[in-house]
Design a protein around this ligand. Sequence first.
Ligand code: GLU
Length: 387
Amino acid sequence: MKLAARIGHVTPSMTLAIDAKAKAMKRDGIDICSFSAGEPDFDTPQHIKNAAIVALNAGKTRYGPAAGEPGLREAIAHKLQHDNHLDYKPENIVVTNGGKHSLFNIFLALLDEGDEVIIPAPFWVSYPEMVKLATGTPVIVHTTPEARYKITPEQLRQAITPRTRILIMNSPSNPTGMVYSPDELRAIAAIVIEHELIVVSDEIYERLLYDGTEQMSIGAVSQEMFDRTIISNGFAKGYSMTGWRIGYVAGPLDLIKAVTTLQSQSTSNVCTFAQYGAIAALEGSQDCVQEMLTAFTARRQGIYDLINGIPGLSCLKPDGAFYMFINIAGTGLDSLTFCDKLLTDYQVAVIPGIAFGADDHIRASYATDMKTIERGMERISKFVRSI
Ligand code: GLU
């Protein structure tokens, strides 16, 4: 069958592909240690599940507004005002089928053919592919471990052309776990404002911060920056709700109307009763987030020590999210060969750095239990010593 040209330029998501392979191997009885997808291993907190069950039993099973249940849009606006100091009203929010859907819709609503989008690398796998699907042009800017994998103001300036429209910011970052400080954000914002760009700020990991790291939305830098910021966020990572598929976009009214129009002609509303679980997540006790964070904090220290004890491997200590971005340059292998051999010969699943624009790295998610971390790192150690 002849497929559209647009699909020929897009690569499948490697995070999802490797995660599916690891899960299939597990189903086949293979003793696999998976550090592939960024998916918390905790069940969704009970009070969130209960709220969805109550809504289901109360008949919240019908079509809802394409922009989301009014109660959820209100709860999100309230959260953004109080937690992030971003003055959004419910009409500035549209509820989506997860963070991925938020981002895809934003790019579809904003980009014309050839519009350039600056993407600091290492980047989350889907950014460039989404930009291409929306007929935009990804402009990749490679960061360095010395700059803790963050784009510098100088690098940003050099990447800007007359076609630049958007800068993607992702803090805490997937795959590096790095977090931009308020001062770093202010320096980036000054350039964004000077060049009249828009920032798409992916804040899906905002709840997962370590050692007192402060997370600030770039939209909170100033009123001028707020007007140029679009927030993408969701419930998957902070509340362990990956399968629920609930995210949101917050931004200027015209953009929110455009995304709502897109959704009204494509997906319609997000699963109605699931949205009541999301309301409970925001309005209920936040102890569950803290409990998961406590577990992630211990795992982060454990995996960090184990990786840095393996000759040939090294990684920085992340400030947020739940990924280790591991430098494998010392092994002499490219990331695809490394990951392929590791999976086939040692039954350990990690994601090749090439998917994130860094072929001398691999990504290991530590959203898994400590026993798996210990066993997996032992196997990686054996593998690396055998090279
Ligand atoms: N965002 C997660 C990850 O990077 C989930 C998989 C995906 O959607 O890419 O692993």
